[in-house]
Design a protein around this ligand. Structure first.
Ligand SMILES: [Fe+2]
Ligand SMILES: [Fe+2]
Length: 270
């Protein structure tokens, strides 16, 4: 009998699971789909035989930003792994803070840093109150600038947010992408240790570049965007519900090289 290999006590790699666009909906007939899919994704991640360095959820946590949706999301998005999130255009900062984070209500941007012994993860709020497009508020850029200034230049930094700052050849999403992105380009050009950008919003797994780094877009949990060259059931029907939810795994290796794997998550009924 071959011996079972010993489980290493320290890992040379860091693994970040990236989910996005859960759109938790507790007020409509279709809402059960968002809960079922989010539950399946979290059960998959929470039963992995491996301790992740982080799980990130890059926005559109709730669909209508109601207290009920955030309270449901808060129960679903729990994990033994460190879990961080940022708002998207479907979220509202005050309700997000009160009912999802359990913090005092505030309309200030929701920016979060996660600092491990190997890397720094900055989750930035690109939401613009009342709008679907994204933009980094001045105070968010200042927060990010201060964080980068305080980070040793040899430490990898991953920057996550909801809205991709470049077009993805997805007409519906491109119209409501992150604007004024040159400010982020200028800031990160002074920090070569920024390794990659991580986004959501597009509801499709995608990989491109921004500011000379990888820009990695997580699939949508609740639905998948139909691409222009795919069959369209109607001109205004932008989403598939027949494809399963999926997550991205971002792997930072011992040379600080980032590799991303995309993983569909089977639903209990499929
Ligand atoms: Fe979304
Ligand atoms: Fe969005």
């Amino acid at each position: 009998m071959p011996e079972t290999p010993a489980v290493p006590t320290t890992s040379p790699i860091s693994v970040i699971a990236h989910l996005s666009d859960t759109h938790i909906d507790t007020g409509t007939e279709d809402g059960g789909r968002s809960v079922e899919r989010t539950r399946a994704v979290m059960e998959y991640l929470n039963t992995l035989p491996y301790d992740l360095d982080a799980i990130i959820a890059t926005g559109d946590i709730a669909d209508h930003a109601t207290p009920s949706e955030y309270e449901t999301a808060r129960k679903l998005l729990t994990s033994r792994h460190p879990l961080l999130a940022c708002p998207g255009n479907h979220d509202e900062r005050a309700a997000y803070r009160t009912h999802f984070l359990g913090e005092p209500a505030s309309t200030a941007p929701v920016n979060t840093a996660h600092i491990t012994d190997r890397f720094t993860l900055a989750l930035c709020d690109t939401s613009v109150p009342g709008e679907d497009h994204g933009r980094l508020a001045d105070e968010t850029l200042t927060w990010l600038s201060d964080l980068l200034a305080d980070t040793p230049p040899t430490r990898p930094v991953l920057i996550g947010f909801h809205h991709p700052p470049v077009p993805l050849n997805t007409p519906y999403v491109d119209d409501i992408r992150q604007l004024d992105e040159h400010r982020l380009t200028d800031l990160t050009s002074r920090h070569p240790n920024v390794t990659a950008f991580l986004a959501g919003h597009a509801h499709t797994p995608a990989a491109t570049t921004f500011a000379n780094r990888p820009l990695l877009v997580a699939p949508g949990v609740v639905s998948t965007l139909r691409l222009p060259w795919e069959p369209q059931s109607a001109p205004t029907h932008h989403v598939h519900h027949d494809l399963p939810p999926a997550v991205a795994f971002h792997v930072l290796d011992d040379t600080n090289r980032l590799t991303t794997h995309y993983r569909p998550i089977p639903l209990p009924s499929s």
